[in-house]
Design a protein around this ligand. Structure first.
Ligand SMILES: C[S@@+](CC[C@H](N)C(=O)[O-])C[C@H]1O[C@@H](n2cnc3c(N)ncnc32)[C@H](O)[C@@H]1O
Length: 466
């Protein structure tokens, strides 16, 4: 290690920036974030720095550099585009024992700042000691994606409880064990889900009932998207890797399943058409029972849990049983599948509205609101409609939609097994039958379907192999 990483408190202290361009602007913003009192010295001033000056956020002297400007400074940053001036600043600062940073000239610096991940009060700085700043920025990006934005709030809430924890657990070891348990438990997820009051209550209860050692379970109702694992949200992935039990159904793709924590117990509850492995009421009860037994339960569903996913019924039961839960939306089949099929669901020239409809009704009949579906200038997306496809096409035509209306069926959209059949309403059912498309498949009806001819961008492996 060639430099000591330190966090330098500059709040309300005099900081000098030499230079008034866009590089100086970046540095000034950083110093302001850390609450420094910033004075800029430069013959010219960037418009955004001028705006900061107008708002009294910085001080400014329209002057060329001279060493007297450093008097009383706790640090100085040289950000001019003139190497000689930067060097002069560096020498003057070193002579006065003031820490100095010269942008892009590590040899002139006595300190560097690294790439910063700001989750205040948690702050991480990555340094490559000037060897590879781009690598440091790349590492920063990786860490950014791993650390949810709410980590700062967790630290802030933990800070609120520091004294209470200290009073309750007199030894450092007891406090360490307490915080380790808290930080691996449901309180963290409460904060990240924006439920800070619930998190505070939870922390309070944990402090008060520390001896009871009662593990509290919860349910994560997570949308796993249409199939491509890259379409998972950060939160979905994080919860998938934290669960004790995973209750999943058929629609979740194997690639998404592969990302669930390996040690988790897996419970398959089925849900293929007409062969529900477990009735919905039993699934609802199962989730509540597992969570009340202290487990972190991942209820993983394809697409979005609240779009033809019966997620609402599941959380109604949890609510009634007092089980804590959170819902993580997923990309629903309509938008995931249509994107990967190169079919925009709306388009200024063709469709100003979009209808999501289920083609599978409770008693197996296809009785839909045909008038609403037949309206012009809209796209109709039908979930679970493969079995009733012929009837759907006939009814739409009977209700006034042109037999030439473009339509598509997409099987396993967004995955490497995606298959797409496009046709008109008149011959879609026939072509789909000939192609032997299978569930899960989505029907898209509307003029937007013809855009696929030009916008088709995704080539699954299954197609490229042909
Ligand atoms: C019970 S619904 C669940 C929908 C899910 N909650 C969602 O938001 O996508 C199942 C239907 O979604 C559609 N579907 C889901 N994933 C699909 C995919 N990858 N490709 C085509 N259709 C899909 C099919 O119509 C399937 O029959």
């Amino acid at each position: 290690m060639q430099a000591l990483p330190i966090f330098f408190n500059i709040a309300h202290r005099h900081c000098v920036v030499v230079g008034g361009g866009d590089v100086a602007l970046r540095k000034v913003n950083m110093l302001l974030k850390a609450q420094g009192d910033v004075t800029v010295y430069s013959p010219e001033l960037h418009a955004d720095l001028q705006a900061l000056l107008d708002e009294n956020k910085i001080a400014f002297k329209r002057e060329h550099f001279h060493a007297n400007q450093l008097e009383g400074a706790c640090l100085v940053i040289a950000a001019t585009d003139n190497h000689d001036v930067n060097k002069e600043v560096s020498q003057a600062a070193k002579a006065a024992n003031i820490p100095v940073n010269v942008v892009d000239a590590p040899e002139l610096c006595t300190f560097t700042m690294g790439s910063i991940i700001d989750r205040s009060p948690v702050v991480i700085a990555v340094s490559s000691e000037g060897n590879a700043p781009v690598l440091a920025r790349y590492i920063r990006t990786r860490i950014e994606t791993m650390l949810p934005a709410g980590y700062g709030r967790i630290a802030a809430i933990a800070g609120e409880f520091r004294d209470a924890v200290k009073a309750r657990f007199p030894t450092m070891q007891a406090r360490r064990i307490f915080w380790e348990n808290v930080l691996q438990g449901p309180m963290v997820e409460r904060v990240l889900a924006g439920q800070e009051q619930a998190a505070r209550k939870m922390l309070n209860d944990l402090i008060e009932n520390a001896d009871a050692d009662k593990k509290q379970g919860e349910v994560f109702l997570v949308g796993g998207g249409p199939g491509d694992p890259d379409l998972l949200t950060f939160r979905a992935l994080r919860l998938m890797q934290q669960c004790d039990v995973c209750v999943y159904d058929k629609l979740v793709s194997p690639e998404v399943m592969a990302l669930v924590r390996r040690d988790a117990e897996m419970i398959y509850v089925g849900k293929a058409r007409d062969q529900h492995t477990m009735p919905q009421e039993e699934i609802n009860e199962l989730l509540a029972r597992l969570a009340l037994g202290g487990k972190r339960v991942l209820r993983l569903k394809g697409g979005d849990p609240f779009i033809f996913g019966r997620g609402g019924e599941e959380i109604e039961t949890l609510m009634a049983r007092g089980v804590p839960f959170q819902v993580v939306p997923g990309i629903t089949a309509a938008n995931g599948v249509s994107s990967y099929a190169g079919i925009p669901l709306t388009h200024r020239d063709y469709a100003q509205a979009c209808l999501f409809i289920t083609g599978h009704l409770r008693d197996g009949t296809v009785e839909l609101d045909w008038e609403a579906m037949a309206r012009p200038q809209q796209t109709v997306v039908i979930y679970m409609g493969l079995v009733g496809l012929k009837q759907i096409c006939e009814q739409l035509i009977a209700h006034g939609v042109s037999a030439d209306m473009p339509a598509a069926v997409v099987q396993q959209g967004s995955t490497q097994h995606q298959r797409v059949v496009t046709a008109t309403l008149a011959d879609l059912a026939e072509k789909v039958e000939a192609a032997e498309l299978k569930p899960p498949s989505l029907i898209i009806v509307g003029d937007v379907v013809k855009l696929r001819e030009t916008l088709n961008w995704f080539t699954p492996n299954s197609e490229s192999a042909n």
